[in-house]
Write a protein that binds this ligand. Structure first.
Ligand SMILES: NC(=O)C1=CN([C@@H]2O[C@H](COP(=O)(O)OP(=O)(O)OC[C@H]3O[C@@H](n4cnc5c(N)ncnc54)[C@H](O)[C@@H]3O)[C@@H](O)[C@H]2O)C=CC1
Ligand SMILES: O=C([O-])CC(=O)C(=O)O
Length: 259
């Protein structure tokens, strides 16, 4: 598998280390697309992949799978072209699908072109439970409570405070770099308007905590993950980068675990 990455930041660098240096997936990152020439050149010198600032040139090469690791706004610009070039697509900035019509459009494009879109579980879990629970439409409520340090949220405060209490739809606009997990929950569960989100800044926590509570005909679920923030970008949890690596490791295997 020849892998391409869109982005030259924290997740991109982590994947280059794990895949190209440590050989932790059956494939190689052969191309990176980005706008930061200095960062791209540094990555090229260290990991030996091609670096492109022209998306068309990047997508015209021999890559078969593309990992998006930029931002919600940038993902909006690039994702469609990836599928038009008949590449499989793994998305990090899931907030880009706040408008489900865009996800539907991309899904149809993937179907037409015989490719696949992967939405990794990112910094959370429990997506298998939500999908099973909604299989016959009986999932009634999903609530995410995210608790992060001021540093992880990129703000300064010395007191615990609820920063946001509302729907996943509105959370994405206010916290686009922190709440991709709300969107993947909404997609796996009951949608952006019914999925409820609370974001709390807490100077007493070091880890990025996500508590998911769901209820329905199936019963109840409560799941809490306490994530190690990544050194290069504490807004991002290590588990999010690991979940992309896991998609790369499992891609194409005969055995699938979970639904
Ligand atoms: N699904 C999930 O659970 C999680 C998703 N994420 C998301 O993953 C994405 C990547 O995260 P990190 O690597 O930690 O972020 P980062 O901030 O370290 O890297 C983002 C990169 O995007 C590049 N970029 C921004 N706009 C661009 C544009 N228009 N064209 C080209 N490049 C552009 C920046 O130069 C930077 O290199 C972010 O959107 C983040 O919010 C992060 C954590 C969890
Ligand atoms: O990494 C995390 O803990 C969650 C996050 O930033 C996101 O969902 O965007």
């Amino acid at each position: 598998m020849n892998i391409g990455i869109i982005g030259t930041g924290n997740i991109a660098t982590y994947l280059l280390e794990q895949v190209n240096e440590n050989r932790m997936a059956d494939g190689r990152i052969t191309a990176v697309f980005g706008r930061n020439v200095e960062a791209g050149t540094r990555l090229k010198e260290r990991f030996g992949m091609g670096f492109y600032t022209d998306l068309n040139e990047f997508l015209s090469g021999s890559i078969d799978t593309v990992v998006e690791a930029v931002t919600v706004d940038a993902a909006q610009l690039f994702l469609k072209q990836v599928l038009e070039h008949k590449k499989d697509l793994i998305v990090s900035s899931i907030g880009v699908f706040k408008d489900f019509a865009f996800l539907d459009e991309l899904t149809q494009l993937a179907e037409t072109n015989g490719t696949h879109i992967y939405l990794p579980s990112g910094a959370i879990g429990g997506l298998d439970v939500l999908q099973s629970a909604r299989a016959l439409g009986g999932l009634e409520s999903v609530q995410l409570t995210t608790r992060k340090s001021p540093m992880s949220l990129g703000i300064e405060t010395d007191r615990e405070q609820v920063l946001f209490d509302g729907t996943a739809f509105d959370a994405v606009d206010e916290f686009p770099k922190n709440i991709n997990v709300a969107l993947v929950l909404a997609i796996a569960g009951i949608g952006v308007h019914k999925t409820k989100v609370r974001i709390i800044v807490d100077p007493n926590v070091e880890r990025n905590k996500h508590m998911i509570a769901a209820q329905g005909v199936f019963g109840k679920m409560q799941l809490q993950v306490e994530n190690t923030p990544m050194a290069a970008n504490p807004k991002t949890s290590l588990l999010a980068a690991l979940s992309i690596l896991s998609v790369l490791q499992n891609k194409g295997l005969a055995l699938r675990i979970g639904n």
